[in-house]
Design a protein. Structure first.
Length: 217
């Protein structure tokens, strides 16, 4: 039975990008259901699919899975050949840890630098808590690449769930011209060169909806 991914605006919805790009890169077929965010009927439309009231949501037959990381785990179980998590136990444990850290943390960066594919790249003044987030993310990317990424250009060689979790952060590094080491810049270049990245970005640029809180100087 076909999968359906319910998600928000491609220009803004960072959480939606995560399972979408994982499925696209892995070649997992699915149908798309976009619900524009911050509209009068948004809550009612999302409630048709999940009581949690947030996107993304994966519909898999009679199963409903919400939360980006849970969706990625479900996809890894459902499509083992996609190898969304590394097979090596040490690499897999590291990948899960950094993915969970992304899911749970980096609030200052999220709030100060919202994902906005349409925003022309430009620096912002960055408070110390945002700089601390950037430093930590740079360290995660550099360490993962150095320890486990020898077989390819992504965090653990091939593109996987951990890369999907950090894809919206890659967008922020580009949009806000955030400082990064050479290892991180190489990683950013690899992610943004993906055809799936271009597909999502180009669709986001064509959207006409605007979310005022995510339109920052």
């Amino acid at each position: 039975m076909a999968l359906t991914l319910v998600f928000g605006n491609k220009n803004y919805s960072s959480w939606s990008l995560r399972p979408w790009i994982a499925m696209k890169v892995a070649g997992i077929p699915f149908e798309e259901k976009l619900i524009p965010l911050h509209q009068p009927d948004t809550a009612a439309e999302i409630a048709k699919f999940s009581p949690a009231g947030k996107v993304p949501i994966l519909i898999d037959g009679d199963m409903t899975v919400w939360e980006s990381l849970a969706i990625l785990d479900h996809l890894a179980d459902r499509f083992p050949d996609a190898k969304l998590w590394p097979s090596d136990p040490k690499a897999k444990a590291h990948a899960r840890a950094v993915a969970a850290e992304m899911h749970a943390g980096f609030g200052p960066l999220r709030n100060h630098c919202p994902m906005n594919m349409r925003r022309p790249p430009k620096k912002r003044d960055l408070p110390q808590d945002v700089m601390a987030n950037i430093k930590r993310i740079d360290a995660i990317w550099s360490e993962s690449r150095a320890r486990f990424g020898k077989s390819g250009p992504f965090l653990f060689g091939a593109f996987g769930a951990a890369d999907a979790m950090y894809a919206p952060v890659v967008s922020r590094f580009v949009t806000y011209e955030l400082p990064a080491s050479q290892a991180s810049r190489d990683y950013i270049a690899a992610v943004t060169a993906l055809p799936a990245w271009a597909e999502w970005r180009d669709a986001g640029l064509k959207e006409t909806w605007r979310i005022a809180d995510d339109e920052v100087d």
